[in-house]
Design a protein around this ligand. Sequence first.
Ligand code: ZN
Length: 162
Amino acid sequence: MSDSETMIEALRVLSQDIQSGDGVANACVADAADMIESMSAEIIKANERVRELEKRNNNQSKTIEAMEGCIAREIAKAFEKAEIPRRAKAGCIGEFKFTIEKANCCPECYHDKKDDCEICEGDTDENGLADLTATVPWDLCKDIWLRMNRIYAEELREGKYK
Ligand SMILES: [Zn+2]
């Protein structure tokens, strides 16, 4: 039995036992017992509510964690399933170039450079060699894009889900 229950019981006994002519003291003590009883009932209810909220609060961080995990997994999946965008060819073809140094050799200027050479128009160096500019083929562009997406997806998965 809790302290408040003991007190309520004692007050109820007291409200019967007090000798008062008009009964006002008895009624006051009885009211006090009722009041304490309803107040402790409210406190019990409030405590239950607090416990419930605390529990919900604890679960909240787990829920957020689970949601973050879910989002990260979806992002990884999106990179894994990356495809060639419809407009990629128009936007990328011929866009990426690279230079191979001295890869062009002029047969006319080889070891004997001619400034008025009709083949290379004098673009070669003293050995008849010129840089070659090459364009990254479209198929290679696609392979690089797909490969990089797969690698990024792997990285995302390793970062969040070991
Ligand atoms: Zn030449």
